[in-house]
Unconditional design. Structure first.
Length: 419
C-alpha cells in the first residue's frame, strides 16, 4: 500500500526531555558488559524474510550470534564488537530497516500480531501500520519523542490495547477506530494523522508542564486535560472525531501452536539462538511477526503447519500452549548487565514448572530498574544487592510485598502466589 507522507504540524517542534534519554537504537549503541548493544525498531513486529535473514547475518558477523526479542516486538543485537557501528548501519540500511535515521529510535509501534490471519479482528491493521510509520518519519516534531514512547495498533480483539501504550488506536465494531488519548472515535483513514497529532500534543504538554516526561504516564498534566488538548488539535487539523467510550474486551495474545493460517512459538527469555532464527526464517514463506510477548508468529499454508511446528520444536522453541515457559520472563541480568546483582535468568529457569501459565506472569529483574517488565499485572521478582530477592504482586499498579528471601525460597513463594 503506497501512502503519501503526512506533512509535519506547523505547531510541532522537537522537545528535549529534561534528562538525557539514553535508550539505545540501531545508530546509538549502548555499552553493556557483554559488548555493545543495538536495538533495532521493527514497527508492528513485521519483518520480511529478507530482513530477518539480514538481522541474523548481522548477529553472526558482528555480535553474539543470537537475536534478542524485546517486549515491544523489536530486536536487540548484543555482544557487538568494537567499531562495528558503521558496518551495522550499512547492513540495516540495505535491508530497509532504517527508512529515516533521524527517527529510528521513535518507531516504536506494536500491532495485533494475528491481524488478517484469523476472523477475530475487526479490521486489518497493516494499512494503519504502514501509514503511521510513514507519518512518523515525515514529522520533524516526532524526532523529539523518547525511545520509550509507544504506539499500539489493535485490530479490535484487545491484545495490544492492554499494553499501556502512550497512543493507542483500536478498531471498533461500528467500522471506525478509537483513539487514546482523546477518547474519540475517528475514521480509519485518519489513524496515522491523528496518532502523530496526539504524540505532538504530548511533546508540547511535556514542555509546558515542566515534567520533561518521556511517556504519557510521566506528565504532570491530568489525563482529562491531555485528552481535551488532543481533541482541540484534531479540530485544528480538520480531523473529524466524536467522544466515545473505550472498548473493553481483552485478548491475551497468540498462544504457541498451530493457528488458522500461521504457527506461533514462544522464545524463552526472548533469546533466539542463531540456529533457531535460521529455522524460523526457513519456515517462513514471506514474513515473520514478532510479538510483544517475546514470541514469533509465522504465516504458513495450512497444510504445512504440522511440519513447521515440528521443526521449530526440534530447534528448542516453545510450541506447546500449556508450557510453563509462557509464565516466566527476565531481564538479561548478569553477566550481560553491569547493573544486575545476579544471574536472574539462571535462577528464573530453575523455577520453570512452579508457575502456572494461565495465571499472572512472573518477571525477574536483576536490579531496581526492572528493564523489560510487563506493563500489565504480574508478579515481580527483583534482585537486591545482598544476593536475595524481593517478590511482589503488582495488582492495581502497586507492588504488594509477598516475601523477601534467597533464590532457593522464591520458587515456593511463586507457587503459592500463582496457585
Amino acid at each position: 500500500m503506497s501512502v503519501a507522507p503526512t506533512p509535519p504540524s506547523p505547531r510541532g517542534t522537537p522537545v528535549t526531555p529534561g534528562r538525557s534519554d539514553a535508550c539505545p537504537g540501531a545508530l546509538r549503541l549502548h555499552a553493556a558488559d557483554d559488548g555493545a548493544l543495538a536495538r533495532v525498531r521493527v514497527p508492528g513486529g513485521l519483518l520480511s524474510t529478507c530482513q530477518a535473514r539480514a538481522l541474523g547475518s548481522a548477529a553472526r558477523r558482528l555480535g553474539d550470534g543470537d537475536l534478542h526479542l524485546t517486549s515491544r516486538g523489536n530486536v536487540q543485537l548484543r555482544g557487538l564488537r568494537e567499531g562495528c557501528a558503521g558496518e551495522l548501519a550499512d547492513l540495516l540500511g540495505e535491508a530497509g530497516l532504517l527508512p529515516s535515521p533521524g527517527h529510528e529510535r521513535v518507531r516504536n509501534i506494536v500491532a495485533s500480531p494475528l491481524s488478517g490471519l484469523d476472523a477475530r479482528g475487526l479490521s486489518e491493521v497493516r494499512p494503519w501500520l504502514s501509514s503511521l510509520d510513514a507519518a512518523l518519519c515525515a514529522s520533524d516534531a516526532a524526532r523529539g519523542l523518547s525511545g520509550r514512547f509507544l504506539f499500539a495498533l489493535d485490530d479490535g480483539r484487545g491484545d495490544v490495547a492492554g499494553l499501556a501504550a502512550d497512543v493507542t488506536v483500536r478498531a471498533r465494531t461500528d467500522g471506525a477506530a478509537q483513539l487514546s488519548p482523546g477518547g474519540v472515535r475517528i475514521a480509519h483513514a485518519d489513524v496515522a494523522r491523528a496518532s502523530v497529532a496526539a504524540a505532538e500534543v504530548f511533546l508540547e504538554a511535556a514542555r509546558d508542564d515542566g515534567s520533561g516526561a518521556w511517556r504519557v504516564s510521566g506528565l504532570h498534566l491530568a489525563k482529562e486535560e491531555l485528552a481535551a488538548r488532543v481533541r482541540r488539535r484534531l479540530d485544528a487539523l480538520g480531523i473529524p472525531h466524536e467522544p466515545r467510550a473505550e472498548p473493553t474486551t481483552a485478548d491475551p495474545g497468540p498462544r504457541p501452536g498451530a493457528l488458522s493460517r500461521a504457527v506461533s512459538v514462544h522464545v524463552p527469555f526472548g533469546r533466539a539462538s542463531g540456529r533457531q532464527w535460521r529455522q524460523l526464517t526457513d519456515v517462513a514463506e514471506t514474513e515473520l511477526r514478532l510479538t510483544p510477548w517475546r514470541g514469533v508468529v509465522v504465516p504458513v499454508d495450512g497444510g504445512s503447519a504440522a511440519a513447521a511446528l515440528a521443526s521449530l520444536a526440534a530447534a528448542g522453541l516453545v510450541t506447546d500452549p500449556s508450557s510453563p515457559w509462557l509464565g516466566v520472563g527476565a531481564c538479561v541480568g548478569r553477566p550481560g548487565c553491569v547493573r544486575a546483582h545476579t544471574d536472574v535468568r539462571a535462577d528464573a529457569a530453575r523455577t520453570v514448572g512452579t508457575v502456572i501459565a494461565d495465571t499472572r506472569p512472573v518477571y525477574w529483574s536483576g536490579c531496581e530498574r526492572r528493564c523489560g517488565r510487563p506493563g500489565t499485572h504480574h508478579i515481580e521478582v527483583v534482585a537486591d544487592a545482598g544476593g536475595g530477592y524481593r517478590v511482589s504482586d503488582t495488582a492495581d499498579g502497586s507492588a504488594r510485598p509477598l516475601m523477601v528471601g534467597s533464590a532457593s525460597h522464591v520458587a515456593a513463594a511463586l507457587a503459592a502466589s500463582t496457585s
